[in-house]
Design a protein around this ligand. Structure first.
Ligand code: NAD
Length: 257
């Protein structure tokens, strides 16, 4: 039997075929899960519906994670359509473009607010909306995506690094809160991968080259490698793991000079 057979999951963060969340959706579907995907705006709806068409019995729902009302409506729609939820993948992140190219010291209050709201707070809001659906199924697994820019300085990652630090701390606090309900909360810290979000970071291609030159595996990682680890964490193999940040980065994080 596949490891996610009979499971129902929500995936937030599919924008196009390069999205890490789309690779996770494919891996979860291949492992037997039924999925709901979301789109944040009318502009992305068609993309998401087209990709969802490759899945069996997908549910496609709107959700701008900056809106409490939309997050609550998402929880309600899942309650009606699925009746319960086994996992959530949170792959939403955003920072205003100028905050990813200007000197960090120029970060505006508004850019800081938006980046932290969409990239970190949204994990709390979404978790609150789906936790009752998971409790009904005897527990669940929540997974978010982070980057090592939370711990170390990467040129132009700027306020997104601050948001990822908040996100990683959020993972630990949520894990402690929800552990008694058998809900696990983890993050994968992925190596740099060329996606829509990554394209927003000035000089991103030179970061990719650093991975090829310096990571122990002498290469970067791709979406499918992150997705395989995700399927493990979402499924029974990850049942003893919570509050963890797992590095899937070809070993880049261990390297000093
Ligand atoms: P992506 O652009 O495909 O995904 C980002 C997603 O965030 C998009 O689907 C976008 O629609 C969604 N989003 C933005 N604002 C939103 C909002 N208000 N409401 C709902 N959704 C919203 O890029 P990706 O690289 O696949 O990013 C997925 C996650 O992986 C992000 O958290 C990113 O920081 C993280 N990550 C990416 C890399 C990388 O190098 N690409 C490395 C480590 C971590």
């Amino acid at each position: 039997m596949s490891s996610l057979a009979g499971k129902q999951g929500l995936i937030v963060g599919v924008a196009n075929k390069r999205s890490i969340s789309w690779a996770i959706a494919q891996a979860a579907a291949a492992a037997g899960a039924r999925l709901a995907l979301t789109y944040p705006s009318a502009r992305l709806e068609e993309n998401v519906r087209e990709l969802a068409g490759k899945l069996e019995h997908p549910l496609v729902l709107p959700c701008d994670v900056a809106s409490d009302d939309q997050v609550a409506a998402l929880g309600q729609a899942l309650d009606e359509e699925f009746g319960g939820l086994d996992f959530l993948v949170h792959g939403a992140a955003f920072a205003p473009a100028e905050a990813l190219s200007n000197p960090f010291v120029e970060t505006s209050r508004e850019s800081f607010r938006v980046a932290l709201d969409i990239s970190a707070y949204s994990l709390i809001g979404l978790t609150r909306a789906v936790a009752p659906l998971m409790t009904r199924r005897g527990g669940g697994s929540i997974l978010t995506l982070t980057y090592i820019g939370s711990q170390r300085v990467f040129t132009n990652y700027n306020v997104m690094g601050v948001a990822k630090a908040a996100l990683e701390s959020t993972v630990r606090y949520l894990a402690a809160d929800l552990g008694p309900q058998n809900i696990r909360v983890n993050a994968i810290s992925a190596g740099a991968i060329k996606t829509l979000a990554a394209a927003g970071i000035s000089g991103f291609s030179s970061i990719l080259q650093v991975y090829r030159d310096r990571a122990p595996l002498r290469r970067g990682v791709d979406q499918s490698e992150v997705a395989d680890t995700a399927a493990f964490l979402l499924g029974p193999g990850g049942r003893g793991i919570t509050g963890e940040i797992i590095m899937v980065d070809a070993g880049y994080h261990i390297v000093g000079i």
